[in-house]
Design a protein around this ligand. Structure first.
Ligand code: SF4
Ligand code: SF4
Ligand SMILES: [Zn+2]
Length: 286
């Protein structure tokens, strides 16, 4: 765009660095090039995000009729994808993938290319291997809605030869290859979360836990890993703790879920096991 004098008009009028006040060109809030200003501006933005997250989370709790001063709460990731129909193309892709895996499982072969578990080094699904998706983490995943399940679309629900061997030796005992493939396809619903795994329904994963891949049963995101480490594996999370799903910048806020401890039973181990089973029936990643 040209100005009255024929010169090129800058897209933004000159601003000043928010840290040192030196003139800069760029959108408001852009720091000058000094390292101390760049770092300082980044820290300011982090503080702003944190404040926004606290504010928006508190508002969300109030909207649910929860007094934010009467509970402890923490954020989880957020996945706002709407449900869309499972397309014939996606269904057939999954069928073909399952047929390949089942054939390899029956032939005693290894993982076909592309069917391996996600590589942590790829940074796509960060998180530790984690066995212990107890009720605390079930509540967190329920609020989140399954952000990590997005990788499941292109990775065939993370199913592997190893998982199918396990299933064949259990629920799929005696099933032929077609039966095993049909067992999985029967759990597809009419819809799935957009850009996410085909089994990602409106209330979470449509696959029973025993049919899910080892990856789905064992991985958690970095947010839950931090929670796990900070709370002694979840033991430090008080009953009634509320999880609020929100984007990292706090601009989008989603589901809310409360951690309710399992009923007391004769032994802690028995209680933990029962809660895990219950959680597995109703939540996204748990
Ligand atoms: S592990 Fe749970 S909280 Fe983390 S992204 Fe997956 S569903 Fe969300
Ligand atoms: S937990 Fe379920 S919805 Fe999520 S990636 Fe695994 S199979 Fe898909
Ligand atoms: Zn500056």
């Amino acid at each position: 765009m040209t100005g009255a004098g024929g010169g090129v008009r800058l897209p933004f009028t000159p601003e000043s660095c928010p840290r040192c006040g030196e003139p800069v060109s760029g959108p408001p809030g852009t720091p000058c090039g000094r390292p101390e200003c760049t770092v300082g501006a980044a820290l300011d933005e982090l503080r702003r995000r944190r404040r926004r997250r606290v504010l928006r989370g508190t508002e969300r709790l109030r909207a649910e009729g929860i007094d934010p001063d009467a509970v402890t709460w923490s954020p989880t990731p957020y996945q706002p994808a709407p449900q869309i129909p499972v397309s014939d193309e996606h269904r057939e892709e999954l069928r073909a993938r399952l047929e390949t895996l089942v054939a390899a499982a029956r032939a005693g072969g290894g993982e076909p290319e592309g069917a391996s578990e996600p590589d942590e080094a790829e940074g796509r699904l960060p998180g530790p291997r984690f066995r212990g998706s107890g009720p605390v983490f079930a509540a967190a995943c329920r609020a989140c809605g399954g952000l990590c399940c997005r990788e499941g679309l292109t990775r065939g629900a993370f199913l592997t030869v190893a998982t199918l061997r396990r299933v064949r030796g259990d629920e799929g005992r005696g099933m032929d290859a077609g039966g095993l493939v049909d067992l999985y396809l029967a759990h597809l619903g009419p819809t799935h979360a957009r850009s996410s795994c085909l089994f990602h329904g409106e209330r979470g994963c449509r696959l029973p836990r025993e049919l899910r891949s080892d990856t789905c049963n064992e991985w958690i995101c970095t947010e839950l890993k931090d929670l796990f480490l900070d709370t002694g594996g979840g033991d430090g999370v008080p009953p009634g703790h509320v999880f609020v799903a929100m984007s990292k910048d706090g601009r989008q806020v989603g589901g809310v879920a409360r951690y309710e401890p399992p009923p007391e039973v004769s032994s802690r181990a028995k209680a933990a096991s029962k809660a895990e089973d219950e959680a597995g029936k109703s939540t996204a990643r748990t």
